[in-house]
Design a protein around this ligand. Structure first.
Ligand code: IYR
Length: 229
């Protein structure tokens, strides 16, 4: 019997009524179409300040919230920031860490690996883009009565949810940047999140700038990423 509030009072098992089966030819076509769409996704670092409908963000977050997770504990919190002053403070916090990273912390090998991406410690997009979504993983869930439940596979769970979120935003016609200022704990303080929540990703969301350039980098082929047994 689950102690989690979203499971309480529900029958233990219900018929799978949502699964959709397609004829094989249609499956192949659907898989091609999905690949064709998702392969257009590029990480973007130049955004316009053009506002984005809030409902698109909300629906993408709903989609992210359907991700599988350890014991279905859904150990994530999405802090959505559009307030300009808060974005400014987040930029300030991120740039402080990034300056330290690029000048001291990052070994040369890491900096060499980043060279093709053209990144540096300036993060103007944190103020330009209409939305920043800080994704927190929760080591434990604190219930309304104050009792605590341990969560499992937190990094895996939040990574899957983040993947859903990025795909949902792309599908809706928005661009993202998976930003990871490191360390990111300044976000707990700025966003007033408890210490058992760890920030994993700061997702930057909006429309790409008109003259947006992206690194000319490719993806590995199927043969390189998969083996069939
Ligand atoms: N967090 C830094 C550095 C950085 C690290 C990796 I690994 C990247 O794929 C990209 C950037 C930054 O955001 O610039």
């Amino acid at each position: 019997m689950s102690r989690l509030p979203f499971n309480q009072g529900q029958p233990a098992f219900i018929p799978l009524s949502t699964f959709q089966r397609y004829p094989e030819a249609e499956m192949v076509e659907r898989s091609r179409a999905f690949y064709a769409d998702i392969r257009r996704r590029k990480t973007v670092r130049e955004f316009t300040s053009q506002p984005v409908p809030r409902e698109v963000i909300e629906n993408a977050l709903r989609a992210a919230g359907t991700a599988p997770s350890g014991a279905n504990h859904q150990p994530w919190h999405f802090a959505v920031v559009s307030d300009p002053e808060l974005k400014r403070k987040i930029r300030e916090g991120a740039e402080t860490e990034e300056r330290e990273f690029y000048t001291h912390r990052a070994p040369q090998e890491w900096k060499d690996a980043l060279a093709p991406l053209g990144t540096d410690s300036d993060k103007p997009f944190l103020e330009t883009a209409p939305y920043l979504i800080a994704i927190f993983g929760q080591k434990k869930t604190v219930l309304d009565d104050g009792s605590e439940i341990k969560n499992y596979y937190v990094p895996e769970s939040i990574s899957i949810a983040a993947g859903f979120l990025i795909a949902a935003l792309h599908h809706a016609g928005l661009a993202t940047l998976t930003h990871t200022p490191s360390p990111m704990n300044f976000l707990n303080q700025l966003l007033d999140r408890p210490s058992h929540e760890k920030p994993y990703i700061l997702l930057v969301v909006g429309y790409p700038a008109d003259d947006c350039m992206v690194p000319n980098i490719g993806k590995k082929s199927l043969e390189e990423i998969a083996s069939f047994y």
